[in-house]
Design a protein around this ligand. Structure first.
Ligand SMILES: [Zn+2]
Length: 90
């Protein structure tokens, strides 16, 4: 992986979030937000704690296989099925 100087890549003023799959920091609008709704992971803005994943099936796979979404949401919801997550990315 080539590492650029981070200061060059980040545009000031844009919110940056970390993908739970690849762990890279990206601009928030490039990422899908996941939050907890009624005890389940759901896409989109929601109250309380959220996490982010790239709109990339590889990141979705890594996140689900590592149970990283449930962990990022502090166990407030079970890890979503990969199929569901892929559907939200589409
Ligand atoms: Zn990612």
């Amino acid at each position: 992986m080539v590492r650029g100087r981070r200061a060059d890549r980040i545009r000031p003023g844009e919110p940056q979030r970390r993908c739970v799959g690849c762990k890279l920091v990206r601009s928030q609008r490039e990422l899908l937000r996941l939050s907890v709704r009624e005890g389940e992971v759901a896409p989109g803005p929601g109250p309380g704690r959220g996490c982010y994943v790239c709109r990339d099936p590889e990141c979705a796979k890594k996140a689900v296989q590592g149970r990283r979404i449930a962990r990022a949401l502090r166990g407030r919801a079970p890890e979503p099925a990969l199929d569901r997550l892929l559907g939200w990315l589409a």
